[in-house]
Design a protein around this ligand. Structure first.
Ligand code: HEM
Ligand SMILES: *[C@@H]1O[C@H](CO)[C@@H](O)[C@H](O)[C@H]1NC(C)=O
Length: 507
């Protein structure tokens, strides 16, 4: 028995060398004589494995833009990873021209571990570009239209009032309170289910599952089986095949995460007590299959809360470090509400500075700095380069946010950059929510929830810097988590900065 792992190692070693050599010498067939885009030189067998950044990859990709930009454009970078061509796009122009304007970029790459073994190919965001995906997007289209979101705004306002009370009672728990607000909004919208604490499994489980899987999609983070697909045939009892045992556990976790709330809605409908929601409405209309409804609802539920929460945590950080912006935003709100009412959804048109603040939050610390990859469905040609079919294309949104061609002093947090329509800088809503047919389904929803949260918090609280044990202000560090969905403060830091001061200004 002792010999088995060694035999396996030798076997897989030989096979991987064979595959790598095959891959290495396979010449692009339809390159039209054009080169692949520039990038770090792939090494024999392992490709760019040693060049792939392991943390915050968007920073390295942005730096490569400079490196290769000296001789080439740097807007399009090529790597070899995952046994495939990986293309990183580093400018708004390249992302817009390829991902928005050419539909052949609408597919997603199937990751062996995440999509196949763990079953994350079933939620909308992991889907191939096929008929099931089209059905999902159809289910989401009408409920997410702007006017529909407006009718839902009362529910955001109600959730926010509960959140304000939580903030008042325990300001040091703001991270959890804002998490609960984001989760509550999405769970009510999709399922009509109520949650009372951030510890509710409906809130906690998707957060954990999503964080795990989404970080697994980064080159440099993917499990070995994504490069050497034959490893999936190893039986799970085999020594070293822990990934297969984990995949099984995580698959079950996803099945329950998406299945349990769906079953609860069905039971509520049967009992006649269901609160109307996207799921209940779709179930009444018999044009959709139950499976499509369940996975569409599950996708919104999984994709919606973390991203919204990430931006809210960046908001707290931005306000604590930019008191002058906070004062201006509060003055604008005071001018609109006059008295002790909270601003409502209808006040939005009279709050132009808040509009700029929302844009600047999306830009300064984008929730998804390296956007979800797209898969190229046919050979393509761009700016003198050959982009082979099957390339995994990563839109490096971070590079846009730091691009001096679009933003003056990009490191500065300055909502004013969007203020004057004649000189306004590039609108981040054009790129932080993704591209083309794959653009974020919940964009209007997220934008409305963020608006309600931000104006309500600013109307009632001053956000200050954390205090040390002697009561002196501590300058919070503008650091970011390194996960794909990124928080203004990594949650570990949040807890150590628990005193981030929220002071009550009015009722
Ligand atoms: C600040 C909040 C949010 C941000 C920054 C964000 C960003 C994104 C991005 C970058 C993508 C990938 C787009 C692409 O492939 O080009 C995406 C996809 C998606 N988002 Fe969001 N999102 C947010 C909130 C939400 C919410 C609230 C929901 C649902 C209620 C949602 C549902 C989805 C779905 C279903 C997809 C998959 C689309 C597809 O693959 O066809 N998102 N989002
Ligand atoms: C579409 O792709 C997904 C995998 O992403 C698969 O589960 C589904 O069966 C496919 N649907 C069709 C109609 O081919």
């Amino acid at each position: 028995m002792i010999e088995l792992p060694r035999t396996l190692a030798v076997f897989s070693g030989i096979l991987s060398i064979f595959l790598a050599v095959f891959f290495h010498f396979r010449k692009p067939t339809k390159s039209r004589g054009l080169p692949l885009p520039p990038g770090p030189k792939p090494e024999f067998i392992i490709g760019n494995a040693r060049h792939l950044p392991t943390t915050s990859p968007w920073l390295q990709y942005t730096a490569w833009r400079e490196t290769y930009g000296a001789w080439y454009s740097g807007d399009v970078i090529h790597l070899e990873a995952l046994g495939s061509h990986v293309v990183v796009l580093n400018s708004y122009k390249a992302m817009h021209e390829l991902l928005d304007l050419r539909s052949i970029y609408s597919d997603r790459h199937t990751l062996e571990m995440a999509n196949n073994l763990m079953g994350w190919g079933r939620p909308t965001f992991g889907h191939r570009y096929n008929d099931t995906w089209r059905k999902h997007r159809k289910i989401m289209r009408s409920p997410f239209q702007k006017d529909k979101i407006a009718t839902h705004s009362r529910s955001f306002e109600r959730s926010m009032r509960a959140c304000l009370l939580d903030l008042l009672h325990s300001p040091e728990g703001f991270h959890e309170h804002l998490r609960l607000f984001a989760g509550r909004a999405i769970i009510m919208f999709t399922y009509g289910l109520k949650v009372d604490t951030a510890k509710d499994p409906l809130v906690e489980v998707p957060e954990r599952g999503f964080a795990r899987v989404i970080n697994m999609a980064l080159p440099g983070h993917t499990p070995l089986v994504d490069t050497f697909h034959f490893l999936k045939y190893i039986p799970s009892w085999f020594p070293g095949a822990e990934f297969k045992r984990n995949a099984k556990i995580w698959r079950k976790e996803l099945d329950d995460m998406v299945g349990d709330p769906f079953k609860r809605v069905k039971a509520d409908i049967a009992a006649g007590v269901a609160i109307p929601s996207l799921t209940s409405t779709c179930l009444e209309d018999t044009t959709h299959s139950e499976d499509d409804i369940m996975w569409s609802a599950g996708s919104m539920y999984i994709a919606g809360a973390d991203t919204t929460h990430a931006l809210l945590s960046s908001f707290v950080l931005a306000m604590a470090t930019h008191p002058e912006v906070q004062k201006r935003a509060q003055a604008e709100i005071d001018g609109v509400v006059k008295g002790n009412a909270l601003p409502t959804f209808e006040d939005r048109g009279n709050l132009p500075y808040i509009e700029c603040l929302l844009k600047e939050l999306q830009r300064w610390l984008p929730a998804v700095p390296l956007s979800i990859h797209h898969r190229l469905m046919e050979d393509d040609y761009y700016e003198g380069y050959f982009l082979p079919e099957g390339s995994i294309v990563f839109p490096n949104v971070w590079a846009i946010t730091q691009d001096e061609a679009h933003y003056k002093d990009p490191k500065q947090f300055r909502p004013e950059r969007f203020e004057n329509p004649a000189t306004a800088e590039l609108d981040p809503y054009k790129y932080t929510f993704g591209w083309g047919r794959r653009v974020c389904a919940g964009m209007n929803f997220a934008d409305a929830a963020l608006y309600v949260a931000i104006v309500s918090v600013l109307a009632v609280f001053d956000i200050g810097k954390p205090l040390d044990e002697h009561g002196n202000e501590v300058e919070p560090e503008v650091t970011f988590g390194s996960g794909v969905v990124r928080y203004g403060l990594a949650s570990e830091d949040m807890h150590s900065q628990a005193s981030l001061g929220l002071t009550r200004t009015c009722i």
